[in-house]
Design a protein. Sequence first.
Length: 295
Amino acid sequence: MTLPEGVTTELYPFTGKFIELSGGVKLHYLDEGSGEPVVMLHGNPSWSFYYRNLLKELRGNHRVIVPDHIGCGLSDKPGDDKYPYTLSRRVDDVEFLLDGIGVKENITLVVHDWGGMIGMSYAVRHPERIKKLVILNTGAFFLPAAKTFPFALWLCRTPLGELMIRGGNAFARAAAWVGCKRHPMNSKLRDAYVAPYNSWQNRIATLRFVQDIPLKKSEHSWDTVRDTQDNLAKLAEKPMLVCWGLKDFVFDEHFLREWRLRFPDAQVHKFDDCGHYILEDAAEEVIALIKNFLQ
């Protein structure tokens, strides 16, 4: 496994594995430790790197599985002719991976950003497999009624946005700059986050994720989001930990309010001075909370 330029073995000291999905594309994942499984799903425009510190803390007592979604991190980054880049396919990918490595029970699911929509869609398919849920600045439902679709995301869905994202890596770079508020990332960390997205072709998923946000019924992933949202009650009895950076410009307090409405028994910890990348901004506190929650 060759790490992209800007990612050192000191920052990412793992030996990954690959599984071939339908269509011949290869998905990269980390699989470390033993015990009850903890599955961590990243969002856009991050990759498994986001969970590196949490993985190291948990692998002593758990089997930790952290995939890179197709088009992200160290996974293949095929063109649209070889991979659909849709929510439903990404849920299928997670299911294929976990079935393939024999992870089908007592799963603690840790989700962030798009990982929430993907992971919770998997969870409502297989609620009997899920033991606990850890929610980090994400959604698993349509845009809350009181929330306006952010202008920056709207811009990303335009031809100009495509040029900025695929030509200049604007989305990944901007996220690395603004994603942390309490502890802004240093240049080494920013470089590592954007390293896999180093060419027009390798930035395809960064754009497709934004384009796949369903804003109307005619869009491809509308039905998947609707079905997941409508079936979240299947998970109502699962223990849930929510850790939330309140300075996230997308997943803000409107989303947090929705989680609390749907899961009133969840343990909720708010971080007033932290942003989207909560595992970077409040690493020590959040990792301690997760470890305690798992015990």
